[in-house]
Write a protein that binds this ligand. Sequence first.
Ligand code: AMP
Length: 397
Amino acid sequence: MKILAVNAGSSSLKFQMYEMPEEKVLISGVFERIGIDNSFYTIKLNGEKIRKDVELSNHSVAVGFLTKELLENNIVDSLDEIKGVGHRVVQGADKFDRTVIVDENVEKMISDLSCLAPLHNPAALVGIKAFKEFMPNATHTAVFDTAFHQTMPEVAYMYALPYEWYKDYSVRKYGAHGTSHKYVSLRAREILGKDDSKIIVCHLGNGGSISAVVNGKCIDTSMGFTPNAGVIMGTRCGDIDASIIPYIMNVTGMNANDIDTAINKKSGLLGISGISSDSRDIEINAENGNKRCILAQEMFSRRVVEYIAKYYVLMGGADAICFTAGIGENSISTRKSIIDKLGVLGIKLDENANNIRGEEKLITTSDSKIPCYVIPTNEEVMIARDTYNLAMEEKNV
Ligand code: AMP
């Protein structure tokens, strides 16, 4: 069965087509700069990457090119062969604790939740509408970034703020990157060979989040009401003293939008280093002795360690610590810096094993009290799996 996994952003659209249940990737690609000048797309097919510069005035035009590629490359003979399309949706709040089939009601709920994800949910809806237009007979599903975190107990998701803010304005922790945390924790349980397990997943990319997963269920995560909480990220500040915000507004005259931009786009590694949000640039400049880059690296790994320590205690131990996403999978020095700080827990890095990028590997020594793994994430396959299962159900296969 052919299943498409889709991730639509406001000006981009990523896709991956699977043959299910084999989980074989048939074609993948990304449309960029949709609705802006110089738009283009790249597709990966049979190990080859092809780029095409085309005008992409909106998402519908992009889906048109996508369907053309699928037909021309004989991935499908007819679009009706595509039985399911899984759409990544960032914010499902407490309304969705699993993947669902997108009907009119679900579309309305995703739209209503746009107040909690003003950039992301509307983009996902645009994607859903564009694909429904071309593939009306497929089962369209919404796979929420927040769903995996819905198992968090109240004690973890509540903020110590006026209770009315929770009741009237839905202010609570929702988390993000849930599909990645789910995939990596599931894979860790497979590697460990046991279902009853305590896993800490460190998703460290341009955005970053840590989660504590007990027996497959998330009990806490570092992102909060928005994806700005928790660890230090490329351009996001992570946890800060909330009172800094009114103070800066008062002394500078900045308004709420200015502050929003500063804490989301000008902070994190970029804010501290003043050079870049990209951890590769930070690494190179730190090696050359740049003090602010060295500080950015130290602050980054220290914050991750703080969360690992917190979740270790909350779970009463840990069976595995996993690293994933751009930095987690590829930054040898960041993983070393984090794991070296965990020596007090009897965790010992295997320097040779750690000398890898982007592959699944145990990176601690055999006598390390807790094994640490690099597990490349695969959100697309999770989207495809859920969509395949729902398409099978809907079509009574
Ligand atoms: P993501 O958001 O998962 O795509 O991750 C992006 C982050 O991964 C950026 O900060 C990159 O600098 C980082 N990254 C990717 N490759 C490497 C690498 N080889 N070494 C260090 N960091 C990397």
